[in-house]
Design a protein around this ligand. Structure first.
Ligand code: NAP
Length: 292
């Protein structure tokens, strides 16, 4: 039997409706949730991510403060802009689109964001709080993945979760979240140093591919009935497509479909959830200012 498709677009739409309702309740109290979005350079994928985040913000009744800077922007100028947003009471969330140009130290820029406005959950303070299980903004993509697994009705307690990828923004936080007591999964993290990747992936009840390698995971690497979450967004050449390329995930969808129990598509799976969780964190940040 073919896997059921986990519809990230539909779940993200539900979350965005809820965000809109909360934003409107805040507006009635004189607070419009505001997200500052900083883009340095003109990387086409980053431009497209930033544009969709700004659009989503406006659709949710939130304010977006957009700053597009040239690729040559000196690091102190960027840090100064972040600090200006840190002080601005109309800004409840700050997002610096990654990657940054090579001459800029990403860690230094991220660390400059106030943890109270770090709606991406990337600052060392929020990462530390997440690992300690303290209240914090959870990073958007991993948080969205938890919601997708929950929506699919896949039990996490006692499940073996295999995460393929160990980046700071996806793989590592995911592994940390799934070992939390309330999720109680057993986690294996794979990376380029892993011997025999398939041996690990075949033992996964929940397999999460976040390697950024097109079609790395094929059907024969999946345990029958497993929940497969495909985080990858990869451009592959396709001369029949208007843009000359199309987007594929890290999972070979066609061979995975007859084997998996449930699976996220690319596009329409994890991607829309990342934006929905960003909006959710921003409205939560604004709510905190009203409660404070
Ligand atoms: P990243 O920083 O490049 O990290 C990739 C990770 O995968 C690394 O840990 C790397 O191992 C591992 N890896 C690469 N090739 C591998 C292989 N053949 N076997 C096993 N492990 C392998 O990427 P990222 O930022 O985490 O993003 C991963 C993918 O998710 C990308 O396609 C990205 O576009 C996508 N993404 C999507 C969303 C969304 O909202 N949908 C959000 C974020 C990212 P090493 O550590 O050993 O190098």
């Amino acid at each position: 039997m073919a896997a059921s498709i986990i519809d990230g677009k539909a779940l993200a739409a539900d979350i965005r409706e809820d965000v809109k309702r909360r934003a409107s309740a805040l507006a009635a109290r004189g607070v419009v949730p505001g997200l500052a979005v900083i883009l340095v350079g003109e990387d086409p994928a980053s431009v497209s991510y930033v544009t969709s985040k700004e659009k989503a913000c406006e659709e949710a009744g939130m304010r977006s403060f957009e700053r597009r800077l040239p690729a040559s922007t000196p690091q102190p100028e960027l840090v100064a802009l972040v600090e200006t947003f840190n002080r601005d009471p109309a800004v409840h969330g700050i997002l610096v689109q990654l990657p940054l140009p090579d001459h800029i130290d990403e860690d230094a820029v991220i660390a400059a964001i106030s943890p109270d406005k770090d709606v991406d959950g990337f600052t060392p303070v929020n990462v530390g709080r997440m690992i300690l299980g303290q209240p914090c903004f959870l990073p958007c993509t991993p948080h969205g993945i938890l919601k997708l697994v929950e929506r699919a009705g896949v039990p996490t307690k006692g499940a073996h979760v295999v995460v393929v990828g160990r980046s700071n923004i996806v793989g590592k936080p995911l592994a940390n979240l799934f070992v939390r007591k309330e999720l109680n999964s057993t986690v294996t993290v794979c990376h380029t140093g892993t011997r025999d990747l398939a041996e690990h992936t075949r033992r996964a009840d929940i397999l999460i591919a976040c390697a950024g390698r097109p079609r790395l995971i094929t059907g024969d690497m999946i345990r029958p009935g497993a929940c497969v979450i495909d985080v990858g967004v990869n451009r592959v050449e396709d001369l029949s497509a208007a843009k000359g390329y199309r987007l594929v995930g890290d999972v070979d969808f066609q061979s995975a479909l007859p084997v998996a129990g449930s699976i996220t598509p690319v596009p329409g799976g994890v991607g829309p959830m990342t934006i929905a969780m960003l909006l959710s964190n921003t409205v939560e940040s604004a709510e905190r200012t009203v409660r404070a």
